[in-house]
Design a protein around this ligand. Sequence first.
Ligand code: NAD
Ligand code: 89V
Length: 343
Amino acid sequence: MTELGGALIGCGFFAINQMHAWRDVKGAHIVAICDRDPERLKIVGEQFGIERRYTDAAALFADGGFDFVDIATTVQSHRTLVEMAAAHKIPAICQKPFAKTLDDAKAMVDACSRAGIPLMVHENFRWQTPIQAVKNVLLSGTIGEPFWGRFSFRSGYDVFSGQPYLAEGERFIIEDLGIHTLDIARFILGDVTSLTARTKRVNPKIRGEDVATILLDHESGATSIVDVSYATRLAIEPFPETLIELDGPKGTIRLSQGYRLEVNGPDGMTVSDASPRLLSWASRPWHNIQESVLAIQQHWADRLADGSETSTSGADNLKTFALVEAAYESAASGRAVDIQAML
Ligand code: NAD
Ligand code: 89V
């Protein structure tokens, strides 16, 4: 396998996980880093032993010498940086949320398609071990074609200390976390035709909504509920677990807190442990997310090597991003939103 060299832009809070994971990925590693903040550049450069360091992305691209770019900045810079990658014909990974608006996201997909370069959104939640386990049970046919689902993330975890910008934006939980849950709903039950949402802000110290309840109609005919909250105080904090319920004509699947996977089918009930691995550099409770970062980055390296499409390509992610936009639109208007009309 040819070893690919990557450049990472944005050396902030979450990039540390991406840098650790790149060290474990087979077939790719990071050769250069960039951050407009010299302090972050120095910290990450020293921690991971990267000599090629840039404070300006344009200078990084002008120098070249890498096979792909991993954009780990916050959303404000995503369009500019993806379009810069396209202009230099460098395959790109872009963190979620993919863009500020659906129009921006479409323009980014278009720019990469015209440049003939692969574009993947770092939408890692579908790569979590428990989510993959649910998908595998579904594919086995044990419960038949599901007619109903629930994808639930309810927590009181303090995400604001690590990511202070989450408290400052006009939009919060749907754009930051619900985006993952909506992607999981698509991954498990397929694409969505229409959506209805209701939101609330419970925490008075933040600007955006921290509770959302979303009803989805899937193309398959299934209906599902995506419910997310950062205002839910439970005796045992479940962060960052997504809990899943699926009902099919032949049985049911329940992924419950503690990564307990219960499958009830025609041959009876089985219970298994769908826990993620605790990687050497990971720490609880983030290890579930951290393991999925390694999985998605390995997927990128494998797909870049064999030239096939990634699971969360830019084009695929437009369909998740549309659900985010639709959820805000529905919460504001009180009406259902037609998803096909947005794409
Ligand atoms: P952060 O603010 O800690 O880090 C972003 C870094 O990017 C900063 O160091 C900043 O200086 C740098 N930066 C911004 N614009 C730049 C530019 N134009 N050129 C060079 N450097 C630039 O943010 P974070 O918490 O690390 O989040 C980054 C992204 O990761 C966000 O989009 C967030 O939603 C996402 N995220 C994803 C997950 C996940 O599981 N997929 C988890 C957490 C955060
Ligand atoms: O995964 C994320 O995007 C994070 C968090 C889990 C805190 O919502 O921002």
